[in-house]
Design a protein around this ligand. Sequence first.
Ligand SMILES: Cc1cc2nc3c(=O)[nH]c(=O)nc-3n(C[C@H](O)[C@H](O)[C@H](O)COP(=O)(O)OP(=O)(O)OC[C@H]3O[C@@H](n4cnc5c(N)ncnc54)[C@H](O)[C@@H]3O)c2cc1C
Length: 376
Amino acid sequence: MVGAGVLGASAAYHLARAGAQVSVIDPQMEGRATAAGAGIICPWVSGADDAAFYQLYTAGARYYADLVPALAAIGEDDLGFRRTGALVVSANAAELAFIENLLGERQAATPEMGTVNRLTPPQARALFPPLHAKLGAVHIAGGARVDGRRLAAALLRGAQHHGATVHDGAATLRLSGGQVQVVLTGEHLEADQVILTAGVWAPDLLRPLGIDLPIQPARGQIVHLRLSGQDTRDWPVVFPLSGHYLLAFDDQRVVVGATREDAGFACQVTAAGLAEVLTQALAVAPGLASAEVIETRVGLRPVGPGRPLLGALAGVPGLLIGNGLGAAGLTIGPLAGRLLADLALGHAPVLDVAPYDAATALPLPPSRQRSARGGG
Ligand SMILES: Cc1cc2nc3c(=O)[nH]c(=O)nc-3n(C[C@H](O)[C@H](O)[C@H](O)COP(=O)(O)OP(=O)(O)OC[C@H]3O[C@@H](n4cnc5c(N)ncnc54)[C@H](O)[C@@H]3O)c2cc1C
């Protein structure tokens, strides 16, 4: 396993749990997406118009109902996961009616979104006290949040519990006799199957193999606030229609985000990023004005040209990739890791992976075309 963000950690956990011998390598790169992700699990409000993407997104949310108890059974119950519900907020009744209708249409196929109700501004504020007094809401009972850092760490410990080994370091890949090999600090590691889940760094790892993986970093800056004296544990996720969001965790913490920037691999917090995130948050929740800024996180979302990519690459035996989870990876990642594990083990995946098949989505590299046709 090369890369142990939420996707690699989940694949490692599921593989080890199934009895496979697993080695995980990760250098904990600055900017890894999982360590910065907000942690919202509420795909039903998504504006995505690709049915296959929406199917994976909602299945990812549903998979938490299996994963959380399975991790708890081995003592891993510190994930920051809670079904707090979510609010889509607006001062415009027509906008809220549109959202309510959309959710109503989607409810039959995804009943796990729970009940959907319209709330008056005072009712919405009773659930999220810093909210602007003019904002009404649509409440979605099934909305949840998770702490990406704690989730990935729990998955990795879960993998170790089932026998996986974890190595700290940056791997490279090379081809030897047509087979992919992993190299760590000059040593070649033996593996029947290499799974590359290295987020935005995966293209660099694949370039020496002649593969051009179309994954780009989309920087996200996100701010953590502390509201002393407030019990924030059950506060819902809040979605204004601006595309920004607010959510709360147990330790008097409110998280507000996030920027979506094309800034390459730069991982610094910027004045403009902070200004954008805080301005948007305070417009929606002026009650946060006196909150203490305790942390700013920056992550690089791995964004591809379309759907997430899962599976083998044409002409490269022994290699599976998982990538392109973009802004949805803390929702999709645990399930996608399970799917990668199924593929690696030769099991029928728990969900049809054909729409996300990396080999179909990516053209065969020119250097591989002859051998892949079996042409010698
Ligand atoms: C600000 C922000 C907010 C977000 N909010 C949400 C949200 O609310 N809900 C949601 O569902 N998703 C959210 N996301 C998206 C989610 O965080 C990502 O899609 C997801 O974390 C991607 O996981 P990954 O494992 O593919 O990549 P990463 O987490 O980036 O992991 C890749 C790993 O590969 C490792 N690596 C790199 N190079 C090497 C190497 N040479 N050898 C070995 N390992 C290597 C890195 O160290 C890293 O740990 C958010 C993202 C950001 C940035």
